[in-house]
Design a protein around this ligand. Structure first.
Ligand code: HEM
Length: 394
C-alpha cells in the first residue's frame, strides 16, 4: 500500500531533523507543506509563501503561545507578546540597535574585540574558529551591546545555552530545568547590577535604553527581555560567522570574490543566513480556525514556522542547497518577518559582515580548513556548525 503524506510525517524523528533536516523539509514542501508532525507536537509550515502570509497576519498567527516553555524559563518577554504590549517593549530597546548607533558606537567596539581575540591565538597557527573566535566574538559583542560589562563572556555563553536548552525541554528533564533556572537567576542579578550603574550614567546599551525610554520598562521587564536577548542574540551571530567562514574556505572562487571586493561581505552574511538559518524554527499559535497551505488548522493550533525550509524553497531560490553569494532576487526570511522581525539584524550584519569575517581573513595568512577533522553540523530549531578546525602560517 502506498505511504500517505500523513504516514510520512508520522515517521519523522527528532534525531533525523537534528542530523540533517533539509531532505525532510524538501519532501514536506512537495507533498504536505503544512503537516502535523507528531514528534514535534506541531504543524510544521515549510513553504516560503505560507510563512510570508502568516507573518502578515499576526492577529491570526499569534506569538503569544500558551504554556510556552520560553515564558517558563525567561518570563513574558516581547517575543511572546502581540500588538501594543509587544511594541512598547520593542520600542524601548530599539534606539541601541539602530544602524547609526551601530556604525558610530558599536562597530569600533566589535573591531577591538575581534583584534584582541585574533592576537590571543595568532601565533598558534591553528584554532577551532567556532570555539576560539565565533563564540567569544558573539558573547563579548553582546555583553557590550546589552551593557553587561561585568559579566564573564564564558558565563554569558553558558547562560545562553542553559536557557535555550530549557526553552526546548519538551522531555521535562529536571536537570535541564535546574540549569535553566540557575542561569535565569544569574542574569537577573547581572541586570540589577547594570541598572544600578546605568540609572545615573546612561550610555548606548540596550539596558540603558530600556531604563531611560520615554515609557521605561519595569525592572522585571528589563530582566526578562535581557534573558531573551542573551538567548537570541548570541548563538545566531556565532553560527552565522562559523557558517560563512566554513563556506568561504570550502569555496575558494567565492572567497576570491570577496577578497577582491570587500563590499561583498554583506552578500556573504545574507547568503549564510539563507543557507543555514541559525533560527531554523520558531513557534506561533492560531487564534481561530484558519486554512493555511491547504490544511485546515483548528483554533489554538501550535505551529512551527520553519525558516530553515523556507530559505531553501525551490520555487523561490534556484539551486537552493548551493552556497552562492552571487545569487540575485528574493530575500531570505532568516531574520523572520512581521512585527517580530529581528531587532538585532543590523548589529548582527555589522558584527559578522563588517568586522568578524574581513578581519579574520585579512589577518590569518594561508587560512585553510584543517585536513585532520571534518566540520560537523547539528540542530534544526537552532542549526549551525559544531566545530571549525583551521590552520594558517603565522
Ligand atoms: C544573524 C544573526 C541573527 C539571526 C539570524 C536572528 C534571527 C531572528 C529571528 C528569526 C527572530 C524572530 C523570532 C520570532 O519571531 O519568533 C529574531 C528576533 C529577535 N532578535 Fe535576532 N537574530 C540574529 C541576531 C540577533 C542579535 C545580535 C540580537 C541582539 C543584539 C538579536 C535580537 C533579537 C530580538 C530582541 C528579537 C525579538 C524582536 C521582537 O520580538 O520584536 N538578534 N531574530
Amino acid at each position: 500500500m502506498a505511504q500517505t503524506t500523513e504516514d510520512y510525517a508520522g515517521t519523522i524523528r527528532l534525531q533525523d531533523l537534528w542530523d540533517d533536516p533539509y531532505p525532510i523539509y524538501r519532501k514536506l514542501r512537495a507533498t504536505h507543506p503544512v503537516a502535523w508532525v507528531p514528534a514535534t507536537n506541531r504543524y510544521l509550515v515549510t513553504r516560503y509563501q505560507d510563512i510570508v502570509h502568516l507573518e502578515r497576519h499576526p492577529e491570526i498567527f499569534s506569538a503569544a503561545e500558551q504554556d510556552s516553555l520560553m515564558i517558563r524559563v525567561m518570563g513574558h518577554t516581547m517575543l511572546r507578546k502581540d500588538g501594543a504590549a509587544h511594541l512598547r517593549e520593542r520600542k524601548a530597546a530599539e534606539p541601541s540597535l539602530r544602524p547609526r548607533t551601530i556604525k558610530e558606537h558599536w562597530a569600533p567596539v566589535f573591531q577591538k574585540i575581534a583584534d584582541e581575540l585574533i592576537d590571543g591565538f595568532y601565533e598558534r597557527g591553528e584554532a577551532d574558529l567556532f570555539a576560539d573566535y565565533a563564540g567569544p566574538m558573539a558573547a563579548r559583542s553582546l555583553a557590550a551591546v546589552l551593557g553587561l560589562h561585568d559579566v564573564d563572556p564564558q558565563d554569558l555563553q553558558t547562560w545562553s545555552q542553559s536557557m535555550m536548552d530549557g526553552n526546548g525541554n519538551y522531555g521535562d528533564v529536571p536537570a535541564v530545568w535546574q540549569r535553566a533556572e540557575a542561569a535565569a537567576r544569574a542574569v537577573d542579578q547581572a541586570v540589577d547590577a547594570a541598572i544600578a550603574r546605568l540609572r545615573s550614567a546612561p550610555d548606548h546599551s540596550v539596558i540603558s535604553s530600556m531604563l531611560h525610554a520615554d515609557d521605561p520598562l519595569t525592572p522585571q521587564e528589563m530582566r526578562d527581555n535581557t534573558k531573551m536577548f542573551i538567548g537570541g542574540g548570541l548563538n545566531e551571530p556565532r553560527d552565522v560567522t562559523a557558517v560563512a567562514l566554513h563556506a568561504l574556505l570550502a569555496h575558494p572562487e567565492q572567497r576570491a570574490l570577496v577578497e577582491t571586493d570587500p563590499a561583498r561581505f554583506k552578500d556573504v552574511v545574507e547568503e549564510s543566513v539563507r543557507w543555514v538559518a541559525p533560527i531554523g524554527m520558531y513557534p506561533r499559535q492560531t487564534t481561530r480556525a484558519v486554512e493555511l497551505g491547504g490544511t485546515l488548522l483548528p483554533a489554538g493550533a501550535r505551529l512551527g514556522v520553519v525558516l530553515g525550509s523556507a530559505n531553501r524553497d525551490e520555487t523561490v531560490f534556484e539551486n537552493p542547497d548551493a552556497f552562492d553569494i552571487t545569487r540575485q532576487g528574493r530575500v531570505h526570511v532568516g531574520f523572520g518577518g512581521g512585527p517580530h522581525f529581528c531587532l538585532g539584524s543590523w548589529a548582527a550584519r555589522a558584527q559578522v559582515g563588517q568586522i568578524s569575517l574581513p578581519t579574520l581573513l585579512r589577518r590569518l595568512p594561508g587560512l585553510r580548513l584543517s585536513a585532520s577533522e571534518p566540520v560537523r553540523y547539528g540542530g534544526w530549531v537552532f542549526r549551525g556548525p559544531l566545530n571549525l578546525p583551521v590552520r594558517w602560517e603565522p
